[in-house]
Design a protein around this ligand. Sequence first.
Ligand code: C2E
Ligand code: CA
Ligand code: CA
Length: 623
Amino acid sequence: MTQSTQLPANHAPPDTALRSRASNHGPTADFIIVLSLLVIGVLGALTLGPVGLIAAVPAGLLLRRWSTDSGPMCRDHGHTALVDRARIFSWEIDSRTGRIVTMSGNVAEVLGYEPSELEGADAATIIDIDEARAVLREEARLGADAERRSIVTARHKEGHDVTLREVRLTPRREGLVRGVSVDIGEFADALRFQAEHDELTGLASRSIVEQTVVESLDAADDRQVALIVADLDRFKGINDTLGHPTGDRLLRVLAERLRASIDTIDVMARIGGDEFAFVAIGDLTVDSANSLAEEVHGLLTSPVAVDGLQLAVGASIGVAVSPGHGTTYAELLKCADIASYQAKHSGGGVAVFEASEGEASVTRQELICDTVRALDVGEFELHFQPQVDVRDGRIVGAEGLVRWRHPRHGLLAPADFFTAIEVGGHYHRLTDVMLRQAVEFGARMLEHGHRIPVAVNLGSMSFLDRRLPDTVGELLARHGLPGSLLTMEVTESDILDEKGRDAPVFEHLGALGVRLSIDDFGTGYSNFTRLRSLDADEVKVDRAFVQGLGRTSEDAIIVRATIQLAQLLGLDVVAEGVETEEQLRELQSLGCTTAQGFYWSTAVHPDAFLDLLASNATARAAG
Ligand code: C2E
Ligand code: CA
Ligand code: CA
């Protein structure tokens, strides 16, 4: 088990430009790190009791290191003043009713309200609801690709504005929005600037592209919006052979050239390592947008003198124009992406989106009516995502994620149908099916000689189900699976929910030897002491934090603090949603040992998972 091998990476290599940015913290970045450390430290001290105080110690050590590294900028600011302002809270909002579902206790310090005053209240009490809706609409449509962080303005009970940095977490069910907000006080402007600009090229960031498109689509005029996305070809080769500094210089020259040459484009942005996006608003046609894109193509692909070399890259460009190709940001982006993909496959150049067969849209009503039939015929299946030891690529776990193999709509993810399940009152029935499939799969892995735990997700409703421990016990016995090879993933907020929580359920599960994992750890700070009393085995860091690794220093701080807290409590840590090598490297340097994410694999059918396990083992034997 000690020989090392890597589960083949599933994804493109890291975004090099971003990596170089991450390692060169400017004064602002360092400052944010200090701020974030204090957030964690203060949080610890305020909400975690004795454990928090211990956690604040490493934060304090780090703080010293950073302040020496980063020069006078940090020392000039009184730490005490920072401590006073650093505040964080977590929340859940029902996006359909606009009501606040849960609020963590710390909100009182930030917004002046007690959680009980806000729970059940209209979210408009504290935020601009129209603005929030617009963000959520787009996020829902973008799904996995959504940028889940933004800077928002909230209203304090006493009437003044409070600027918050918000990180939204994986939606647990349709219509529920969850997140964590940090009060960033007077650093708002610096952070906002950072969020709106690409540090390397000075072009706009993705969030500005989105904001501009959303605003101009919302404006009731008859101007069109063209969204042009450009993906450089052969850029990776330049980075690999000539080094990242050269790659960075090339990007800067290209950005400068674009800025100097085109004035008919409203927003020019770098949205990824070698990806650019352009927004033009006005009296546009598909043809005029196409010419604009051709112009961009010419500028991106003509040779550039960098470090005494003549370098040239190719570019694949996709164009989408409203309203023909979409009337929302998500639709336009999707169409432009598809077009750029088409362009890439025909050897580069410019492609305008062409609609293929219209996709069937899933209506909620239809799904609600369909769930009984689907349960009867067994259309729900658990797929498994590997959990990997980041040190050697070994598969060390499997998380079961439910999918609905719908006869007309294909494979549906939980966010598409969980409401239908809940509305239809089929939650327990579905959970039973998932539990059975998880235990069966755990036993099947064991038969194939793979002794790794299988995890299943449980919602808060499961804890009201007094039959649960018996059901689990019978399943384990029937399939001969030791309890220690079954993990129950529950979220912090579900566990800590005072209302209706049935603690004996946990005790009984514990008696079976079943592992308990806290999903989305770090988002429900309010009740850490109780969390300790639950005797968990593992915590999972939400992907919203992992996604920011290498990009925003705050997320690294949150992940690091989570790992440290978990280690103090003797818990395993699993980082979720790893997509890039850069994130992986940062996790390794933060001391995280286990992770999962698209970087290695999505959730796959059980048969495919066994194949993954087999090749993982073969590679290990060979390596
Ligand atoms: P979760 O437990 O936090 O699951 C992680 C989600 O992140 C999964 O989405 C997974 O496919 C996705 N994911 C994993 N790696 C990556 C990555 O690298 N990048 C990105 N962008 N996403 C990644 P999924 O399958 O749609 O599940 C969403 C949520 O639905 C889950 O969040 C879980 O809370 C719930 N869920 C899934 N299966 C079940 C189930 O059988 N029972 C219950 N009660 N809830 C479930
Ligand atoms: Ca989970
Ligand atoms: Ca999670």
